[in-house]
Design a protein around this ligand. Structure first.
Ligand code: SF4
Length: 80
């Protein structure tokens, strides 16, 4: 387990103990295994917010790949 989950929510992270490689899919379009774990995670929202605000560049966070997070950040910039 890496320090992928940082914050008070991390104790409830569903990915604790999961293989970190699942959360770093080689193909940016993949990550289905990680997303399935995130889908059942009780702290998906704070996890995603953390990844967005800290500009995490790699891996699946909060159920989204890096590409998907970049899209959200672009949308937020547009609507800001
Ligand atoms: S949303 Fe996904 S990456 Fe984030 S803590 Fe939960 S299982 Fe881990």
């Amino acid at each position: 387990m890496t320090m992928r989950a940082i914050g008070s929510w991390r104790a409830q992270a569903r990915c604790r103990g999961a293989d970190p490689e699942i959360f770093h899919p080689s193909d940016e379009d993949d990550g289905a295994q990680a997303k399935a774990i995130c889908a059942e995670c009780p702290v998906r929202e704070p996890c995603l917010e953390y990844a967005l605000t800290s500009r995490e560049k790699d891996g699946v966070w909060g159920g989204l790949t890096a590409r998907e997070r970049r899209r959200i950040l672009r949308q937020r910039r547009k609507s800001a």
